[in-house]
Design a protein around this ligand. Sequence first.
Ligand code: GAR
Length: 222
Amino acid sequence: MSKARLRVGVLVSGSGSNLQALIDSCAAPDHPAEIVTVISNRPGVKALDRAKKAGIEAVTVDHKAYPDRESFDAEMQRALDAAGVEFICLAGFMRLLTTGFVEHWSRRMINIHPSLLPSFKGLNVQQRAIDAGARFSGCTVHFVTPEMDVGPIIQQAVVPIHQDDSAESLAARILEQEHRIYPASLRWIAEGRIRIEGERVLLDSATHPDTSLLNPAPEATR
Ligand code: GAR
């Protein structure tokens, strides 16, 4: 008999391109995870359409309908329990979660963030990386802990920042890499290859490409 697949709930607030990457990855017949529900805190977003199109339950829990974060999170918890969710992926979910909720899902909830954490936590991170003069940015998949954008890092991808970049062009370059690393990280977790030691995440049978990046390339200097 085949092993039960990890039941994943994805929380979204917007376009859901990361959700789509997760949906596409989990569609592989041998994939060890299955997305059982998608919950949005904003009505009518594209992510909900993506879920429906894939035949996945699409739920709206509009945060504006709740008087405080506690009651909103309690409703989210009810929806997750009703779907039998075992593991949560935050995919462009733009609400802060209460400590109680985060602790309940400790080591069972991951997030993707469009910077190389621990640099540039919070909002507007692409513009802030450009303004700081950083030569590289990227994205980070990490376990969620009560402090925002902090928590053991599972995987990162690096992209260059070009001198003619806008926040939008940089965001698009980063997003391409988000769509690679988020599904990969979820797969590792569902395969049971990940363990957490202190702040570090260790991956069984990890390979170590011996590469380094320079930006601008040295041949540009005379
Ligand atoms: C992504 O860039 C994601 O990393 C970011 O929002 C975007 C959502 O895009 N998340 C955060 O900033 C969370 N702090 P998507 O809806 O197309 O996946």
